[in-house]
Design a protein around this ligand. Sequence first.
Ligand SMILES: *Cc1c(COP(=O)(O)O)cnc(C)c1O
Length: 369
Amino acid sequence: MQIENEWIADLGYYEPGKPIEEVARELGFDCVDEICKLASNENSLGPSPLAVKAMKQVAGKMHFYPDGGSHYLREKLATQLRVHLEEVIVGNGSNELLEMIASVYLSKGMNIVMADRAFVVYRLAAAARQAVAKAVPMKAYRHDLDAMLDAIDEQTRIVFIANPNNPTGTVLEAEELDGFMRRVPDHVAVVFDEAYIELLAPEEQPDMIQYVRSRPHVYVLRTFSKAYGLAGLRVGYGIAGKREIELLNRVRQPFNVNAMGQAAALAALDDVAHVEKTRLMVKEGLAFLEQSFGEMKLEYVPSRANFMLVKVGEGRRVFEALQRKKVIVRPVAGYAMPEWIRVTVGTAHENKRLIHAMKELMQEGIILT
Ligand SMILES: *Cc1c(COP(=O)(O)O)cnc(C)c1O
């Protein structure tokens, strides 16, 4: 008997990159250690050593429920970001915060505005509430903010802007964003998804938190999954007005962020050196990839995040061939880019292995310029 909501059948779902163990099992490799996972924009330096130490310290206390309000983590974030405690919320990854925002603003008949090649989760969160995603074509792989403003109508409730954007790695500058904020109508919530913002040098990071103060319904979302190297723990956070945080708390699970995640994130915030080391690794890695792709005559999208799009011919086929060479990347046909793959910037060693494997595939005629 079909008793589920009919529209659930039409929903898509997020296809994550496979864990290394599963790839190894499928391809019959016995050593997981040799596999380079450059598929999910994780931090190849690993977690901050301070975070690992903090996790060990709390491991024996896991019979207790976590602090449901993530008090100490929110307090530390508020101090570092110079906002009030009541303006910070912590989520089970920033993905959960995207879901909460969708729950607060969306229902049938409404729509969201996003870029066509922005993070797919926005589209999925809207669809799950029977809201339509208006995907506005990007211009030169960047958000077209004017076209996005034009796409806003009476039924629009949220505009999502990923900065830096995934999967393109492109960045919107402060002046462009300020211009957008001057024109965006009041009946629309604005979400700045800054999952990769710490990878920009501090002076290059646009200040979107100012808009949390100057206008209602503005959200700035960040995560410990990327620059902080804690993707496995699922901790993200949001900054918004006091009233907006209260709205999100109404749809939040009581113990949404686990105790180990809270402890690790708290320690990671003290490890500024680890983030700086990560930023340097990414900067050098991007330069190496640009140079290598240039030499190989492959088209790429210049990126400022820890990943890069590169045009290889048949993305899916190249993804599979690279996997057999123990390098996992990401096909991006889901973003209407079937000829491209997205590669995460890894350590110098991993990046070299990627390029070596790609050069072999060029000789084998599998990668095409
Ligand atoms: C990785 C990513 C996120 C968030 O991830 P969480 O692990 O849920 O914090 C959010 N937005 C974008 C654009 C991302 O690439």
